[in-house]
Design a binder for this molecule. Structure first.
Ligand SMILES: [Cu+2]
Length: 263
């Protein structure tokens, strides 16, 4: 009754709109400076998702505006719409295409996560203690020395942060590293990061944890290994007893595979 859809013209419109939206969205630096080996991989993943989302958005908008223009009722036309039972081919297509897109996104994310969490040969373990509303850090490989409110790590070495929440759920986030990990009371969660740029950053609690949440920050210093060793050697305090106990008591859960043991 309405003739064939102008498929070629619609495709051209979709491609053009996808390109225009992607160009704008990709020109924005959403996440700021990159300062870990994970950062560029995560940003690439985000960019790919932006292009895919722009495509889906364009598809919907072009189809919507075509329908608005083409099938608009004439003035005075009070008749019913055509009775339509369904369209099997269309329904298969709109089930299959989103399924493929979602599976692709899931698979790609899996691959990126696998790469950035791959254990390196000589990682440095740092215990992270979070409590309302402060961060402190223990260095188990360095005589268990303790630092309050200031985290130092050597550059270009993998760091395995072991999280030990003391009261409620907090979350460990250094935006320039891109890594974010919840600190959950009773269990040890692990964040694996290889910082690759010397500098001073900020650790932000990114889980609403109470009235002081917004102030729950710590200074992060990424420095050459020599400087880091000097700083660690200058730490006089040891991890206090209650915190040290939580390290032992917390159940290890992440990123060990599920088969590695239960609670
Ligand atoms: Cu918090």
């Amino acid at each position: 009754m309405y003739g064939r859809l102008p498929i070629v013209k619609m495709l051209a419109a979709i491609v053009a709109l996808t390109a225009a939206i992607s160009a704008v969205m990709l020109s924005i630096n959403w996440d700021g400076q990159e300062a870990s080996t994970a950062a560029s991989k995560i940003d690439d993943l985000l960019n790919v998702m932006i292009v895919i989302s722009s495509f889906v958005f364009s598809l919907v908008v072009v189809a919507l505006f075509y329908a608005l223009w083409k099938f608009k009722a004439k003035p005075g036309d009070e008749s019913d719409g055509e009775p339509i039972h369904g369209n099997t081919r269309l329904e298969i297509a709109w089930t299959l295409i989103p399924t493929i897109i979602v599976l692709f996104g899931g698979g790609y994310s899996w691959k990126v996560l696998d790469e950035i969490e791959k254990p390196a040969k000589n990682p440095l373990t740092v215990d992270v203690f979070s409590q309302q509303y402060a961060w402190s850090f223990g260095y188990p490989g360095k005589g268990n020395v303790w630092s309050q409110g200031e985290l130092h790590v050597p550059v270009n070495r993998q760091i395995q942060f072991k999280m030990h929440a003391q009261d409620v759920i907090h979350s460990f986030w250094v935006p320039e590293w891109r890594i974010k990990k919840d600190n959950v009371p009773g269990i040890t969660t692990t964040a694996i990061v290889t910082p690759d740029k010397v500098g001073t950053y900020q650790l932000v609690c990114t889980e609403l944890c109470g009235f002081g949440h917004a102030t729950m920050r710590a200074k992060v210093v990424v420095e050459p290994p020599g400087q880091f060793q000097k700083w660690v050697a200058g730490l006089k305090e040891k991890v206090p007893q209650p915190l040290a106990e939580s390290v032992v008591q917390d159940t290890e859960t992440n990123p060990a595979p599920l088969s590695a043991g239960g609670a």
